[in-house]
Ligand binder design. Sequence first.
Ligand SMILES: Nc1ncnc2c1ncn2[C@@H]1O[C@H](COP(=O)(O)OP(=O)(O)OP(=O)(O)O)[C@@H](O)[C@H]1O
Ligand SMILES: [Mg+2]
Length: 340
Amino acid sequence: MAPLLSVEGLVVDLPVRGPTGRTHHRIIDGVSFDVAPGEAVGLVGESGSGKSLTLRSVVRLLPEGAEVRGSLRFADADVLTMNRKQLNALRSSGVATIFQDPRAAVNPMRTVGDFVLEGPVRAGGRNRDEVLREALGLLTDVGIDRPEQRLRQYPHELSGGMLQRIVIAAAILSRPQLLLADEPTTALDVTTQSDVIAILDEQRHERGLAMVFVTHDLDLAAAICDRTCVMYAGRIVEDQLSSTLHDAPQHPYTAALVAARPVLDIDAGCELPVLRAIRGRPASAYEAPSGCPFEPRCNHAEPACSATRPPEVNSGCSRVACFRASELRGILALEVETHA
Ligand SMILES: Nc1ncnc2c1ncn2[C@@H]1O[C@H](COP(=O)(O)OP(=O)(O)OP(=O)(O)O)[C@@H](O)[C@H]1O
Ligand SMILES: [Mg+2]
């Protein structure tokens, strides 16, 4: 099946002001991944690994002065050469984006109804009454009671959880083929988080929407995504089926992330979560060493790892960028098993 979204060799350089004037820093360093129609792909990795900028590149919502190279195709259209009108069409119908903070998505001076209805009405194809009818049904589906009244309210009158449900309903109302979700529940309390995730997952499945889902949470990605891409220093170091990622990681960084998840060591009589941090600190693409970017923090590194960049190697349903991947497979599986 032809991919709905195809990202190949994406490179993003951002402008920074240095002591000698303006320069550019490499932030995304050759990211490639495909998303099939209806497929959900997770992007995970530590803070600063480039998850959000990869996601934002898909709809070209990047900081001013960003330099973008590579290939980005959505439904076979070249996103990188789109003009403003084509980009507006892409953002208002083909691809819907849900960010971490729902309050940042809405205008506090305008009603919820303005926010929900305006885009789809402006996009054409449905009159205001049709859009309104569909919106009321969708708001009910995402768990909003008294939807007519909510549409007349202002954002400050609603809780964060309620507002994020409304943002999800508005995203679906635009009838996209692809949802981009960037940590859509991080700003919400734990109970609301699971409700909102369940709604997002249910609505996506019901409508056969594809999704790219950014999160720090490996377990969450595994639960709602078909595939998970693990990012480090602006690159994808592993791309695997979510169902096998935890038990059979192929990259030492993935194994370290799996082992770093908090676990309760009940056998040892300890009720506090055991945290196994990854030593060292994450690097950005521009400061990563010339060999494998994870080499300085890797427990399995050899001298060859610092000499050249490991290429991405495909095997079956997975892809990994580690010189030692095949010999480490059993060792990494054992490592995560002993931490489980
Ligand atoms: N507007 C900007 N100008 C300069 N650098 C930026 C800008 N936005 C992001 N960066 C840098 O780009 C890198 C990647 O940022 P990005 O937001 O994609 O990370 P992330 O993986 O989403 O992290 P987090 O998990 O903290 O959200 C970081 O080092 C960040 O400091
Ligand atoms: Mg981010």
